[in-house]
Ligand binder design. Sequence first.
Ligand SMILES: Nc1ncnc2c1ncn2[C@@H]1O[C@H](COP(=O)(O)OP(=O)(O)O)[C@@H](O)[C@H]1O
Ligand SMILES: [Mg+2]
Ligand SMILES: [Zn+2]
Length: 555
Amino acid sequence: MYKVLYRKYRPRFFKDVVGQPQVTVTLQNELMRGRVAHAYLFTGSRGTGKTTCAKILSRAVNCLDPQEGDPCGVCEVCKGLEEGSILDVVEIDAASNNGVDNIRGLIEEANFTPTTARYRVYIIDEVHMLSASAFNALLKTLEEPPAHVIFILATTEVHKLLPTILSRCQRFDFHRIDPQAMASRVQQVAQLEGAQCEEDAALLIARIADGALRDALSLLDQCLGRGRQVTVEMVNQTAGVAAQGYLTALAQAVADGDAAAALETLDQLHRESKDMARLCEEMAEYFRSLMLFKTMKDPSALLTLPPTQLDALEQQAYTMSLPAILHGMDALEEALHKMRYANQRTQLEMAFVRLCTPELDASPAALVRRLERLESGLPPRPLPAAGGHDRPEAPPGPLGAESPRPEPEVFERAPASPPPPKAAQEKAKAPAPQPKPPQPPVDIEALSASAQRFRQWPEILQVIRGSTKSVAMAFDESAAFVNGDYLLIQAPEFAFELLKKPEQRQRMREAVFQVTGRAYKLGPYRLPSAKGQEADPLDDLLTRAGEAGIPAQME
Ligand SMILES: Nc1ncnc2c1ncn2[C@@H]1O[C@H](COP(=O)(O)OP(=O)(O)O)[C@@H](O)[C@H]1O
Ligand SMILES: [Mg+2]
Ligand SMILES: [Zn+2]
């Protein structure tokens, strides 16, 4: 049976673990001095050796004849544990067993002495995924662990752990592995497989894997599927083209101002369990490459990419403005920073919504981008019409291109326009209603002015939280008001942007229906007085320039 390379070459001894001496040497020294803790915490990004070291540690503490803190690998306990005939080491994936019952069962078991080994070792992987009650159950045992029990907790997201857990564990941080060290391991594994990997190819694999040895070995695995002599071209072909595809798509969404397309791509990548922070970094790197193309004659020396990818970048750079690219680098940098303490996916989504609609972004980079558009003589981009992808069929909303000044946006098509007269409503249902009758603008302000606070709103948000967290978080600080058939929501602009995705809008409607039993029309809550404050300085500038007869093309 074929075993994937990264499993086949999982180190069995601390001395074979690459690039984590702050963990392996320290543990070996402590074990040699007979110092064993009852709870260890291994943290760090994926594919850096956490599970590997947890397994080694579980054998090292039980080995009958340890060698400088490493397990011997030949005694009956080492063998029994490796083969799985001794059951005193238990591995639990908290991502799939996160309930309190799983943990309770485990803890009850922990009270029994081990059958063969000295210690009963529990390796709890992805420990941040445990439910709150499961955590509490675990905490009780961590407070007073039985003498024969050792917990090894592993997580990629240490900031999600309670301080009470952290304070009870001896913590080890795993680092991203240095490219040179990874490259030699890649070459070594290729040789053990009876193949060859050129040095440059190994370095390129290391660079693409970005510190995760697991990813490096997976990539090597795929390359070896193509041939026994791994070259730079082969690595590039295997890894590059596929990976650059979605970055190009996301940049294109920014260039087109298509927030819905960006959100859909992000959603797809999220479902493929792409790491959102990593994606954010890759995207920032991609914008940097675009910037180099925009500012240098020949940046290929600075970009280690194959010709096809360079060509694709160059073409895209040609269609994008430098301020848009810089805005991209800026916004992603900021998102990456915020990701450390906030929901990563939401941060990335918000960054892209801002990038696709710079009108919503008050950052200097966004303003520069809009000014540049003005100076180039292009009309300022209107805010995307309600309905995202439905745009083409949407009725000319209050934000249509013909409208000189954006009116408050309504994000649902039907109510987006004014409560239409009965006749027009019927007409809309008829096939091909052309030409569309001009629609009077919805008087959102008048509706808002006489609306009542909507008391069931928190309940609705509760329902939404169960299905779509990003929307729920965006509406965290929101309020809602009701007027007749209209449910008017007061929330930041980016929250409305999320509702441009048809599925999200649908979920919102369903949640409203579920709680109220009524099919309200959704719209934004805007009071007349708020208008002055919300006025956009750039729009004012535009209007005044127009009034004064100043051409948009400025010196
Ligand atoms: N530091 C390392 N040294 C050697 N191999 C490693 C290292 N980190 C990861 N690997 C390789 O990647 C595979 C997965 O590593 P693992 O320990 O499961 O990573 P993590 O638990 O940190 O996600 C291992 O089987 C091994 O082949
Ligand atoms: Mg792991
Ligand atoms: Zn042994």
